[in-house]
Design a binder for this molecule. Structure first.
Ligand code: PNS
Length: 162
C-alpha cells in the first residue's frame, strides 16, 4: 500500500490543484492532501477554511483525505506513514524552487521521496495568486476555480473592499 502526500498552501484550491490530486489518486492507494504553512506567503484563508474548501471539492474521492498541519512537511509525512510527496510542476520557473524543497526534504528525511507530476497543459498558467488577483480586479474567475471556491473568494473580496 503506497501513500502519497499532496502538500501545498491551497489558498485557495484551483482546478490546477484538483487535477494533480485526482491524478495522484489514480496512481497511489491513498492520497493525503496536506494544507501547510508557506512562510513566504501571506494567506487569505485560514488553514481550516482552505481545508474545508478542499473537502468540498475533492472530499468525495474515496482514497483522498484532507488535513491541515502547521509544522514541517516531512514530519507530517512521517506521522502519516507516507512514502511519497507528490507535487505538480507547471513550468521551468517552478523547477528551481521545487528542486530546492525536494532536496531539503530528502535531507531532513531520506525515507520520503518527492515525485513530480507535470501539470495539464490547460493549467500551466494557473496559480491561486493569479486567481485572487483576477478576482480583485473584477475579472471572471469561474474558469479557474469551482463555484464554492469562487463564492468564497468573491465574499473575501467584498470584505477586503469594505
Ligand atoms: O503551494 P505552495 O505554497 O507552493 O506549497 C509550499 C509548501 C506549503 C508545500 C511548503 O512551503 C511546505 O512544505 N511548508 C511546510 C513547512 C516546511 O516543511 N518547510 C520546509 C520545506 S523545504
Amino acid at each position: 500500500m503506497k501513500t502519497a502526500i499532496c502538500p501545498g498552501s491551497f489558498d485557495p484550491v484551483t482546478y490546477g490543484h484538483i487535477d494533480i490530486i485526482k491524478r495522484a489518486a489514480k496512481i497511489f492507494d491513498k492520497v493525503i492532501v496536506g494544507v501547510l504553512v508557506n512562510v513566504e506567503k501571506k494567506p487569505w484563508f485560514t488553514i481550516e477554511e482552505r481545508t474545508d474548501l478542499l473537502k468540498k471539492t475533492v472530499g468525495d474521492i474515496p482514497n483522498v483525505e484532507i488535513e491541515g498541519f502547521d509544522g514541517l512537511l516531512v514530519d507530517f509525512a512521517a506521522e502519516r506513514n507516507a512514502d511519497v510527496i507528490v507535487k505538480g510542476l507547471r513550468a521551468v520557473s517552478d523547477f528551481e524552487y521545487e528542486f530546492q524543497m525536494a532536496l531539503t526534504n530528502s535531507k531532513l528525511n531520506n525515507n520520503i521521496e518527492t515525485v513530480f507530476l507535470t501539470t495539464s497543459a490547460e493549467n500551466m498558467y494557473l496559480s491561486s495568486s493569479i486567481v485572487k488577483q483576477v478576482g480583485l480586479l473584477g475579472g471572471d474567475i469561474a474558469p479557474f476555480v469551482p463555484e464554492c471556491v469562487r463564492d468564497e473568494i468573491l465574499q473575501r473580496i467584498g470584505k477586503l473592499n469594505q
